[in-house]
Design a protein around this ligand. Structure first.
Ligand code: FES
Length: 86
């Protein structure tokens, strides 16, 4: 199990290794729009553990995202902990 952690509240959500972070991020309070990497609504900052996430997608590159600034609808968590803010 991997963990998604929201820095502001300390809330931690467990996610099976390899799964998308969308559901956990939504439960933490991240807002979603298109869910397809187009609108940018789900932008999150990665404070720690950026290497525990999947590679940046083309959709994220198109919105000028990088390892520290991702789209929650596009990320899978590989393992370990990822701390986010938004
Ligand atoms: S919800 Fe639109 S880019 Fe993620």
């Amino acid at each position: 199990m991997a963990k998604l952690i929201y820095k502001k509240t300390g809330v931690e959500k467990e996610i099976p290794d390899g799964e998308k972070i969308k559901k956990a991020a939504e439960e933490i309070g991240v807002l979603f729009g298109c869910e397809d990497g187009l609108c940018g609504t789900c932008m999150i900052d990665i404070l720690q553990g950026e290497n525990n996430l999947s590679e940046i997608t083309q959709a994220e590159k198109d919105l000028e995202r990088d390892l520290k600034h991702r789209l929650a609808c596009q990320c899978r968590i590989k393992n370990g902990k990822v701390e986010i803010d938004f």
